[in-house]
Design a protein. Sequence first.
Length: 86
Amino acid sequence: MDGLSFAGALCGTGEPPRDTVFSLFVNEELYCARTTRHKLIRRFAESHFPAVQLFDLERDPLEHRDVAADPPYADTLADMNARFYA
């Protein structure tokens, strides 16, 4: 099977071979798209959390402040949505 080496990224000597990582939590119908700077979370099941959340991991590494509705992050939200639905 062909693949991409993560050795450089793991050893701190290179960039990760992908710029976006995707994850899925099946039981919660929760999907994520993550770059080194931002994390987009989408929930498709009913929840007490918002259906869409965006976090700036550089400014908020513990993901306390959802910036999805903040006007300065509108372009970032659009970019992350494009990655998510690509």
